[in-house]
Design a protein around this ligand. Structure first.
Ligand SMILES: *[C@@H]1O[C@H](CO)[C@@H](O)[C@H](O)[C@H]1NC(C)=O
Ligand SMILES: *[C@@H]1O[C@H](CO)[C@@H](O)[C@H](O)[C@H]1NC(C)=O
Ligand SMILES: *[C@@H]1O[C@H](CO)[C@@H](O)[C@H](O)[C@H]1NC(C)=O
Length: 480
């Protein structure tokens, strides 16, 4: 009873407070597929320190979402793909989900939730259609639940889609239309979004165009021109972002919703794990991107400022490498919340390092390395495989930041990254007697041998042990 009333008050307050609220500025994607994530409050402070106004999440994890309360940061929460089926069949579950995960955060000084992402790229070709049936019904059920909770005016359900949901029959933007196998459902979806004043969210990756095709003209992935332009009905395209974006504009026109708002849900450049994934190219890409955003030019078919979310905030060492070894290196920040290179969100070229996460605690200053006294190398490959099966060895691949090391140093890299991932547990630096500890920083050139941070998970475990202890003491006192 009480709870229902409280929720009602929250809802009415937040509707009053948040309607008509407009947020500008750069957004970022905040994922957490990592072994030692930073504490959410540390991350929120870092976002604020850097003037980041919007975040896009990949779930609705309670701790993460609540950490954004009162931050002034606008939030897109998400329902993961594997939960879409639940909400597609059952409106009551959708309603309950909205109560638990949305309206409970809406109170004075609460979380500024603006969008609910239904799945993440659910129509990706490589998923072979497993989520296709459940996506649109879930979109409808969640928007209806938002509407019935009285927040539908301000909070919109949408679907972050990969740019592979459309293609062009001519190779030019004007040949664009939604992919044949999903054209029917995509047409229904965009009409629904249009009717509900919800945006179309698309992820566009110039890096992947380059990665997928060795003949792709390199300059076209960046923004300085210099490659052969594409001419399309008198419109000139000098970079793949514009061309790709306007292929979507054409697809929307053909689907009957020419004015549907477009948000770029993910855009960025990775810094390791591939020959084109490095700090130099990433900096070049972001410099060009921010300059373009600042010009407010938009694309040839859509004038005005683009609404974008950078991909991504952090390197995530437990992401699948199925898309490629670069997949764990999209962060504009490293695993520990340190910036990787200088940039300027304003696009005015006042390059500086972003503000690092504050109050980050590191494990002791020690590394686990291959013991150079060892002469018999026969056990090295199996032990390296073992380490790299668990930990992230992608900097060792061709083109990676540690690919220039010799075999002994590569072995050391693998041993250390495993040891750090295991929170420097003593038995994690043995490898059948091949490894030893050192307190000498063994980082070499571009290849960083990291020392892991004390992760939020660990601190929380410690915290809850303390709570348990306190409760036991109180309980004992009560009994006396
Ligand atoms: C939010 O939704 C998820 C399912 O997506 C659920 O597991 C979780 O418990 C919900 N509630 C809160 C308070 O996070
Ligand atoms: C090296 O070690 C392996 C396995 O421990 C052993 O079978 C092999 O005989 C050793 N080789 C030499 C040259 O000692
Ligand atoms: C080790 O050295 C590298 C560069 O040489 C540096 O970036 C890193 O911060 C150092 N690590 C520690 C823990 O001092």
């Amino acid at each position: 009873m009480l709870r229902a009333e409280v929720v009602l008050i929250w809802v009415s307050c937040s509707v009053l407070l948040l309607s008509g609220h407009l947020t500008q500025g750069i957004g970022v994607n905040w994922g957490n597929i990592m072994s030692q994530p930073l504490h959410p409050t540390t991350v929120v402070r870092m976002l604020k320190d850097n003037g980041i106004k919007k975040v896009k999440l990949f779930d609705s994890d309670y701790r993460t979402v609540s950490s954004l309360a009162g931050s002034g940061i606008q939030v897109m929460v998400a329902i993961p793909n594997d939960q879409l089926q639940l909400f597609s069949n059952d409106y009551d579950s959708a309603k309950y989900w909205v109560e638990e995960n949305i309206t409970s955060h809406l109170y004075k000084g609460g979380v500024d939730i603006k969008y609910v992402a239904i799945g993440n790229e659910p129509f990706l070709k490589s998923y072979h259609g497993v989520f296709t049936r459940h996506t649109f019904p879930t979109l409808k059920n969640i928007q209806r639940a938002l509407d019935e909770a009285g927040v539908g005016n301000k909070i919109k359900a949408t679907i972050p889609l990969n740019a592979d949901v459309y293609d062009s029959s001519t190779g030019k933007p004007s040949g664009g239309s939604f992919r044949k196998d999903i054209r029917e459902v995509m047409t229904k979806i965009v009409k629904h979004l249009n009717k509900n004043k919800a945006p179309f969210v698309v992820n566009i990756y110039p890096f992947l165009s380059l990665y997928a095709n060795d003949n792709f003209p390199m300059e076209f992935a960046f923004f300085e021109g210099g490659s052969k332009p594409i001419y399309d009905n008198g419109v000139k395209y000098t970079n793949v972002l514009d061309a790709n974006h306007d292929t979507l504009v054409w697809s929307l026109r053909k689907a009957g919703v020419p004015k549907l708002k477009i948000i770029i849900g993910e855009i960025g450049w990775p810094t390791d794990g591939d020959k084109n994934a490095n700090v130099r190219y990433a900096k070049r890409f972001y410099d060009g991107l921010f300059k373009r955003l600042a010009s407010d030019k938009g694309t040839p078919l859509r004038a005005g400022r683009m609404d974008i979310y950078l991909f991504s905030l952090f390197d995530e060492n437990q992401k699948s490498v199925l898309p490629g070894f670069f997949e764990r290196h999209w962060g504009i920040f490293r695993y520990d919340g340190k910036p990787k290179f200088r940039m300027d969100f304003s696009g005015e070229g006042h390059d500086k390092l972003l503000v690092a996460a504050k109050g980050v605690k590191y494990l002791p200053r020690q590394w686990c390395v291959f013991d150079r006294e060892i002469k018999n190398m026969s056990r090295v490959p199996a032990n390296m495989d073992f380490a790299c099966n668990y930990a992230d060895c992608t900097p060792l691949v061709n083109g990676g930041s540690c690919s220039g090391l010799d075999i002994k140093w590569k072995t050391s890299y693998a041993f250390n990254i495993y040891f750090q991932m295991q929170n420097q547990a003593m038995d994690a630096c043995d490898f059948q007697g091949l490894a030893i500890l050192t307190t000498k920083n063994v980082s070499r050139g571009s290849c960083l041998f990291p020392v892991q941070i004390v992760s939020a998970g660990e601190r929380l475990k410690f915290g809850s042990m303390l709570t348990l202890l306190l409760m036991m003491i109180m309980f004992t006192l009560l009994l006396l």
